[in-house]
Design a protein around this ligand. Structure first.
Ligand SMILES: [Zn+2]
Length: 685
């Protein structure tokens, strides 16, 4: 059997951003980060309502006692405050506290993670320090300052504008202080986001920046093609009113709106790159992290000005603050952070998330993030300590492990950004089918399409991937002709990258049974004529078409901005049809199959140098089913190499316990007697 899946081939050191791959390389040894508070006392006082011992708590949170205790508990990186946005003059005394804390942390042999606010300017103190800053803030179309979205209790927090070079130069002074004075090992940029419309910045720097961006991006004749005219001197960011609400806009077809989204995403990326370049020039060992969120169903480019495909090549770590407890609900909904972890793995990033919400969250994190990430704030819970101890004891199971996934899902920027309610939902639903069927898969972005080959991918999934450029269609055609498998659904390929309707379906020569665009996913669901085969051999490859991904039950009500919240995270009604198509398109047996309950999650990895495959198992129904018994597993080994041994590791079990197995073809077949919350199986060859 051919080796299926070639590890995380898409984000190897061959990615375009070679310099970022060598930034902060210590993170490759894993991350166990905990605090400490990241709030300066000044902020606590300005917010009000604090406890009368708030100063004492502030001091305690960065005391030697707390740091020593965390160190003894296995924490390796200490998280603390540095800069909140009041201006360096107002924050000087507390920034100096961080210098002292960092020295202590380093003396204890730990690393330090320092908080820097990306997105706040507390104008009362900032303007007093820097008069020019009054021109650095984000303003709406009426010229009103835009505030951070924490309700009106924090109206003292204006947002700085990232089109404004003077602000970025100021932020560089903060970063320089962090690297040079604090000697930080890790920079956490908090609130790495813009605001949703109508709260986008309409300042002079943004208007000019937007028009310049359009001129630079498109030559005059292309601008005419794009907008109908060449002269963009009077083009503005979108405007809204009472009857034209941005949160109701479903399909984004307006070319100026599309370009405005692109401009906002690019501005955030360019700002990050400026800061990352500075950090690298000062100290290439410093890890760069942004709190941008994860893949959790909201339309991140549209409502936050953040595109993971552009940002994550420049970071090593990101935060996702969604604190959903991972679990399987009685109606078959599976709440999970798997997508976020998978996107991180594609870009060799590590995720920080609130794993202390439940033991399943810790298990899921070790299984899919392959390290602890954020353990929490002192004092740490008993469960967290158990998982830290397990990870530290068995770290060799995690280091250098590559995801082994023969199936990839394309998360197309244009398709999802311009129609999250349909293309975004289809991606979520197809991923849900794969997760709940325990099919190992990866997420890829547009840039990865050109590198696809049958050697690194058995099946490419296009979940209602409406918008594909001519170049992308050519890449897909080439991949399938060369022997790749394709599963496309619904309106895949019916539009170009600007979401202009194609006269002929873009994949008409590859797909069977796809009609031209009809406009709505619900109209696409044509239940008649299901018997007709929609599978086809194309060149050396195979392509399957599925006309609808059916939501199981009445679809939940639309959310503002068409966010696809957890109520949508449910295995689709025709999940079996989707998974069957994937198996068929693979043209060979998938590398792993597990017979176990639906609440069992799985991740498959390989440590080629250590000659072993590694299976991580997670129980998503721990409270109701504390023990899962007799899980049958078939796992392929590398071609011509029979398994030499199978071992099982778990936080509650005797570790490295050998399991009996037998070989059939190149598959090791064995039964795992019992699993509680989390376990790891190694198959050595
Ligand atoms: Zn602006």
């Amino acid at each position: 059997m051919a080796r299926i899946g070639a590890g995380a081939a898409f984000a190897s050191t061959d990615t375009p951003v070679r310099s970022a791959a060598s930034q902060g390389v210590w993170i490759d040894q894993g991350l166990i980060d905990a605090g400490g508070s990241h709030e300066p006392y000044l902020f606590t006082v300005r917010c009000g309502g604090q406890s009368l011992n708030a100063r004492k708590v502030y001091e305690q949170q960065q005391s030697e006692e707390v740091i020593r205790e965390l160190q003894q508990q296995g924490v390796e990186v200490f998280h603390t405050h540095l800069y909140k946005g009041f201006g360096m003059a107002a924050e000087k005394p507390e920034m100096e506290d961080t210098v002292r804390t960092a020295a202590l942390v380093h003396r204890l042999g730990m690393k330090i993670d320092t908080y820097i606010q990306w997105d706040s300017m507390m104008y009362e103190t900032f303007f007093a320090e820097e008069q020019r800053a009054q021109g650095w803030i984000q303003c709406d179309a009426l010229g009103q300052p835009i505030m951070l979205e924490y309700g009106y209790q924090q109206s003292f927090r204006y947002l700085p504008c990232f089109s404004n070079q003077e602000y970025l130069d100021y932020l560089k002074k903060v970063v320089r202080y962090a690297v040079v004075e604090v000697k930080t090992d890790f920079i956490h940029f908090d609130n790495f986001t813009l605001s949703a419309e109508p709260n986008s910045c309409h300042c002079a720097a943004c208007k000019t920046g937007f028009r310049n961006y359009l001129r630079k991006k498109y030559p005059a004749e292309v601008r005419k093609d794009r907008f109908g005219f060449e002269n963009v001197d009077f083009v503005n960011p979108p405007l809204w009113n009472a009857t034209n609400r941005p949160e109701n806009l479903k399909v984004i077809a307006d070319p100026v709106f599309q370009e405005w989204i692109d401009y906002r995403c690019q501005t955030m990326t360019d700002a990050l790159v400026q800061l990352a370049d500075l950090i690298r020039s000062l100290n290439p060992d410093v890890v760069i992290e942004i709190n941008y969120g994860g893949v959790v169903g909201y339309n991140s480019p549209w409502i936050r000005g953040t595109d993971p495909a552009r940002l994550l090549p420049h970071t090593q770590v990101f935060w996702d603050e969604s604190d959903h407890k991972p679990e399987l609900l009685p109606d078959g909904t599976l709440i999970t952070a798997i997508r976020t972890y998978k996107m991180a793995r594609t870009y060799r990033n590590t995720v920080l998330s609130y794993i202390s919400v439940s033991e399943t969250a810790m298990a899921e994190c070790l299984a899919f993030n392959q390290t602890i990430g954020f353990a929490g704030v002192s004092p740490l819970s008993g469960d967290v300590l158990k998982y830290i101890a397990f990870y530290r004891k068995h770290r060799d199971l995690y280091l250098g492990a590559e995801d082994l996934a023969p199936v990839v899902v394309l998360r197309s920027y244009s398709s999802i950004t311009y129609n999250n309610a349909c293309a975004g939902l289809s991606a979520i639903l197809f991923e849900q089918a794969l997760i709940q069927a325990k099919v190992p898969f990866r997420l890829i972005s547009d840039d990865h399409l050109a590198d696809l080959s049958p050697a690194n991918c058995k099946v490419l999934i296009l979940p209602n991937t409406e918008c594909l450029s001519d170049e992308q269609l050519a890449s897909i055609r080439h991949y399938v002709s060369a022997g790749g498998g394709l599963v496309a659904t619904e309106q895949a390929g019916l539009y170009d990258a600007w979401r202009r309707l194609r006269i002929e379906p873009g994949l008409r020569d590859i797909l069977v049974g796809q009609n031209s665009a009809t406009g709505s996913r619900r109209q696409q669901a044509a239940p008649a004529a299901l018997a007709e085969p929609r599978r086809k051999q194309h060149g050396l490859g195979r392509a399957a078409y599925i006309p609808a991904i059916e939501f199981d039950g009445p679809p939940p009500a639309d959310q503002p901005y068409f966010t696809i919240g957890t109520e949508f995270w449910k295995r689709p009604k025709n999940s079996n049809e989707l998974v069957d198509a994937v198996t068929w398109a693979a043209g060979s047996v998938l590398p792993i199959s597990i017979t176990g309950p639906e609440f069992l999650g799985m991740n498959l990895l390989e440590q080629a140098g250590k000659h072993r495959r590694i299976i991580h198992l997670v129980n998503y129904s721990l409270e109701k089913n504390p023990s899962v018994e007799n899980i049958e597993i078939r796992c392929a080994t590398v071609e011509h190499k029979p398994a030499a041994a199978v071992h099982f590791y778990a936080p509650n079990a005797e570790n490295g316990q050998p399991l009996n197995f037998r070989m059939q073809d190149s598959q090791a077949i064995f039964t795992l007697p019992a699993l509680n919350a989390y376990g790891v199986v190694t198959i050595s060859y």
